[in-house]
Ligand binder design. Structure first.
Ligand SMILES: *Cc1c(COP(=O)(O)O)cnc(C)c1O
Length: 355
């Protein structure tokens, strides 16, 4: 077809499967196995259909922005809220990565980064992780690596490895890249890591991105946010208001508030997941798996005898979904989301049978 010459062709990001129905143990997309804060369900009852007649409020002027600002002890002018952190990250790429120089990110990382880079025609360079899946800090320091870059983005903890970069190394990268924007994707920071958020006052080139999808158990509501100095926030808002002014719907803006408000429930849910993860480390080791130490709500594991793809297929036949990528360097690994203790018990027992 002739018109196809004028089509923007992209290779899309492939999300994990979303099987519906009961009986499936879903450990493949890092959702929380626990419900959102109880206040969320109560607020659903209080949603007002009449309000849906109107366009939603601008996120930065909502109760949600005020609640997040109070929670983190920063001003609302330092917060950008979007339709899940994928929306936030995508807009951040569009806004901040405008250089002809390549942006840098790890070779093994969130597989949306290269998709957005391709979509927006941003040149990029992948920096290989070390043998134990750690990010090599020096690869992101222009003075040491000799690479002049157009920006830096990495998740901390990294996905899908779960490996955490210590805060001083995160700061080293930000400090060495003052002429470009550094995006730290903290989708999993609540599971035992230390956020670099306090650095946003010290470094005007730092954008910290977080989400309600994992630790706040609200993936279906699509709420993500970025925090940085007001100049960065203004720039990303300008782009957002040039694409779609109303990315956030009325319900998401209302319900998110209840999650932030209930700090005790939030901390308890994260603590439960961390505890189950610690148990999973022991069980998976016993079953013959090895993995880097995870600071996320998943474990990235490889078996000493049985290929990952075989285990992946066998688990699926047993209605247990985990994530597998047939990609260089990681094709013998499974990313296993931490579920409830009961779900994990079924996983261990099933693994005992199939290995
Ligand atoms: C899950 C995830 C996101 C996106 O989550 P949203 O549901 O869009 O908020 C972003 N970055 C990483 C590394 C993730 O794993």
């Amino acid at each position: 077809m002739k018109w196809e010459e004028n089509v923007r062709k992209v290779v899309p990001y492939i999300a994990g499967e979303q099987p519906r129905g009961t009986g499936v143990i879903k450990l493949n997309t890092n959702e929380s196995p626990y419900p959102p804060a109880p206040g969320v369900a109560r607020r659903i009852e209080a949603l007002d259909a009449e309000q849906m007649r109107l366009y939603p409020a601008f996120p930065e002027q909502t109760e949600l922005a005020a609640e997040l600002a109070a929670y983190y002890g920063i001003g609302t002018d330092r917060i950008f809220i979007g339709d899940g952190s994928d929306d936030v990250l995508s807009l951040a790429f569009m806004t901040f990565f405008q250089s002809d120089r390549p942006i840098l990110f790890p070779d093994i990382t969130y597989s949306f980064y290269d998709v957005w880079a391709d979509l927006y025609r941003i040149p990029y360079q992948r920096q290989p992780l070390d043998e134990s899946f750690g990010i090599r800090t020096e690869d992101y320091l222009p003075e040491k690596s000799g690479i002049e870059n157009g920006g830096v983005v990495f998740p901390n903890p990294n996905a899908p490895t779960g490996v955490l970069m210590p805060l001083d190394e995160v700061e080293e990268i930000i400090a060495a890249n003052r002429d470009v924007v550094v995006i730290v994707d903290e989708a999993y920071i609540d599971f035992g890591g230390t956020s670099c958020l306090p650095l946003i006052d010290k470094y005007d080139n730092l954008l910290v991105v977080q989400t309600f999808s994992k630790s706040r158990a609200m993936a279906g509501m699509r709420i993500g946010y970025a925090m940085g100095n007001p100049r960065l926030i203004r720039y990303i808002n300008d782009v957002k208001y040039s694409v779609n002014s109303y990315t956030m719907n009325y319900a998401a803006l209302q319900l998110g508030v209840e999650s932030v408000r209930d700090a005790a429930y939030f901390q308890e849910s994260c603590a439960k997941i961390i505890k189950t993860r610690e148990r999973a480390e022991k069980e998976l080791t016993r079953l013959g798996f090895t993995f880097p130490k995870s600071y996320a709500n998943f474990i990235f594991a490889s078996h000493n005898r049985v290929p990952a793809q075989v285990i992946f297929e066998q688990l699926k036949q047993n209605d247990i979904y985990v994530r597998y990528w047939n990609k260089e360097r990681i094709s013998n690994y499974l990313r296993i989301t931490i579920g409830t203790d009961d779900q994990m018990e079924v996983l261990y027992r099933t693994l005992e049978r199939i290995l």
